[in-house]
Each structure stands twice: as structure tokens, then as C-alpha cells.
Write a protein that binds this ligand. Structure first.
Ligand code: 5GP
Ligand code: MN
Ligand code: MN
Length: 323
């Protein structure tokens, strides 16, 4: 991994770290770990975050997190750099774009195959399991010592993006990194409990609704389900309560592609797509102006549920038949 700053003179005094909307474990973990690294380089760093976090990630929040309005107060006077982590394109930092555009220099650290290299400096490796793994490589490049907070955050990032070290993006490097973090002394049992055994009841109930709405198509190779606003409101769900539902559908025996449509505003569907074998859901997502990875991607479509579903299925029919 290349160094961002070759000499001390290159260092900005202040850096802002940003990540994608509705942040996941890799987004938050990478931001927290990068913040620790920048601090060891004597760069005063803040994480700009408007979103609430899912309960499973709340423990990662610390005093470095600021809202957009607070971030404006400091940097406007002095030059600052912006680091965007785990984010494929600028549409996914929409509420922070103005800050981004005022930066002295911009950096993009990511592993999405659909990343469009939006910054001045782009460190994108789509072969990496997670952005967390890339942040660890930066610690190594700078020969910076890990802190407990960084080690826990990197573990959370890598573990969540690899499905607890199960998905095909889990390389031997990923496993060695996990070993290094365990040797460092992090308490993985406690972290795993916070990440995976801490689901809000309303979210679990929503999985029941999604299973009621499940359709298995194409000889059982395609699983499609949805939750409408009316169904979601009845459960008083929060934004993150649908996390994991699409993976659950993908895990059904025989299913190769899973689609989960979540109505986020009247007639607006946020679509999650997951693949088990060869089907490339990142291409499907790009077709609908979204993005992601080969096996996990997403996009948004508007319209009547049946029409939206038909539009997507039309795109994946051919591809599934070819695999
Ligand atoms: P999820 O389905 O969990 O929201 O997202 C799965 C993957 O696809 C994540 O890597 C996420 O960053 C990416 N993704 C989801 N929705 C979008 C989108 O609308 N645009 C882009 N570019 N990527 C997305
Ligand atoms: Mn992410
Ligand atoms: Mn990621």
C-alpha cells in the first residue's frame, strides 16, 4: 500500500473521514481505524457521520464522530483533506458532498468493483475482502502501531464484510489479519456478540414478513421478497432492521440469486441483491445505476412493486440461464 504522505510537510493539520450512507460494519470500522492511524501521524481527524448507526455497531462510536454542521465549523478556516472509505461513488456521500468539494486534497480508499475513482488519490483494490483490510495495510505501510480501538474496528470491518470469514473474498491474507488481531489481544467473543447476537426484535419479526412474501422463481434459483412501507410501519422498524434479510434468502438451498426489495418511500424500492455462485450482481446493480460487489450489490428503483420486480427479473433471467 502506498503512503499518502511522503514527508511530514505533506501532512494536513486536519482531516475529515467520510463513508457511505446507511453505513455498515466495514464503513464504520474502517472510518474508526483510519481515524486512529491519522492521529498517530499527528493529523487531527474527525469522522463526519449524519446517520444513526445500527445497534450492532453503536459500540464503535466515539468522540471523533461529528455531524456535518459541526465539521463545517473547524475546517472552513484551515485547509483540510478528506478521506472517503468503503464508498464506490460520490452519490453515496450525498449529504457530505459540499464538504468533500472544499477539501485541499481528496482520498478514496475502497474495495468495490464498481468504484469510479472519484478522488484525487484513489487506493482501490477490488480483490481486498474489505476496506478494513486496506486500512490495516496502511498501518503496516506507515509502520504505525495498532491501538486497541483500531484493532477492534478493523476486526468488525473485516468480519462483517466477509460474512464472518465465510465468503469468497476471504483470502489467506484476511485470515492472517484476523490472527494478528487476535494475537494483539482483542476480545473476539464480545465483538461477535455485539455484531451478530444483538438483533432488535422488530427486525427479527420483519424477517417473518419477508418470508411470507417470498417467491422462488426460475426453478428455485431466484428468490425475491419485499417489505412494503405499510408492513414496515406496522412493525415500527428502523432503517437497519432489514439488514441480513437478503442473506437469509440467499442461504436457501438451490437459490443462486436473492433479491430483497425494501420500500423506503411510497413507490421507491431499495433493492439488495446477493449471489451464491457465479452470477455477478454488481453488473445488475450497475445496470440500474447502483453498485457493489460481485456477490453483494444494491440499487434503487421506483414504480409499482410488480413492475419493479418484473424489470429486475427481466435483467437477470438471461444471465442465470447462462450460468
Ligand atoms: P446492501 O444490499 O447491503 O445495501 O449493499 C450491498 C453492497 O452494495 C454494499 O457493498 C453497498 O455498498 C452496495 N450498494 C448498495 N446499494 C447501493 C447503491 O445504491 N449504489 C451503490 N453504488 N452501491 C450500493
Ligand atoms: Mn459498506
Ligand atoms: Mn466494504
Amino acid at each position: 500500500m502506498e503512503l499518502f504522505y511522503q514527508t511530514k510537510e505533506d501532512h494536513p493539520k486536519t482531516a475529515l473521514i467520510m463513508t457511505h450512507l446507511l453505513p455498515d460494519g466495514d464503513a464504520v470500522g474502517s472510518a474508526v481505524a483510519l481515524c486512529e492511524l491519522l492521529e498517530t501521524l499527528d493529523i487531527h481527524a474527525k469522522i463526519v457521520m449524519e446517520d444513526t448507526l445500527p445497534e450492532s455497531l453503536e459500540w464503535l462510536r466515539n468522540e471523533r464522530f461529528v455531524k456535518v454542521v459541526e465539521a463545517w465549523m473547524h475546517p472552513v478556516k484551515a485547509p483540510f483533506d478528506v478521506f472517503v472509505v468503503d464508498c464506490s461513488d460520490l452519490s453515496r456521500i450525498s449529504d457530505k458532498f459540499e464538504l468533500f468539494s472544499k477539501a485541499r486534497k481528496t482520498y478514496n480508499i475502497d474495495h468495490h468493483v464498481t468504484n469510479d475513482l472519484f478522488a484525487a488519490v484513489n487506493q482501490v483494490d477490488s480483490a481486498a475482502s474489505s476496506t478494513g483490510e486496506l486500512i490495516y495495510r496502511l498501518f503496516q505501510a506507515y509502520e504505525a502501531p495498532l491501538t486497541t480501538r483500531a484493532a477492534e474496528a478493523i476486526y468488525a470491518a473485516v468480519s462483517t464484510d466477509t460474512g464472518s470469514f465465510r465468503y469468497s473474498n476471504t483470502s489467506s491474507e484476511t485470515m492472517r489479519l484476523a490472527g494478528t488481531l487476535i494475537d494483539f489481544g482483542i476480545d473476539t467473543e464480545t465483538i461477535n456478540t455485539r455484531l451478530y447476537h444483538n438483533k432488535p426484535l422488530d427486525g427479527v419479526k420483519l424477517l417473518g414478513i419477508a418470508l411470507d412474501n417470498l417467491l422462488l422463481l426460475k426453478g428455485g434459483k431466484v428468490a425475491v421478497s419485499h417489505v412494503t412501507l405499510v408492513e414496515a410501519d406496522a412493525q415500527e422498524i428502523v432503517e437497519y432492521d432489514t439488514d441480513g434479510i437478503c442473506e437469509f434468502l440467499r442461504d436457501i438451498s438451490g437459490v443462486e440469486v436473492a433479491l430483497f426489495l425494501k420500500e423506503t418511500a411510497a413507490g421507491v424500492y431499495k433493492v439488495s441483491a446477493r449471489s451464491k455462485y457465479k452470477f455477478d450482481v454488481s453488473r445488475l446493480a450497475l445496470h440500474f445505476d447502483g453498485g457493489g460487489h460481485t456477490k453483494a450489490a444494491g440499487f434503487t428503483l421506483s414504480g409499482i412493486l410488480e413492475e419493479v420486480r418484473y424489470k429486475i427479473l427481466e435483467e437477470i433471467t438471461l444471465a442465470v440461464e447462462q450460468t
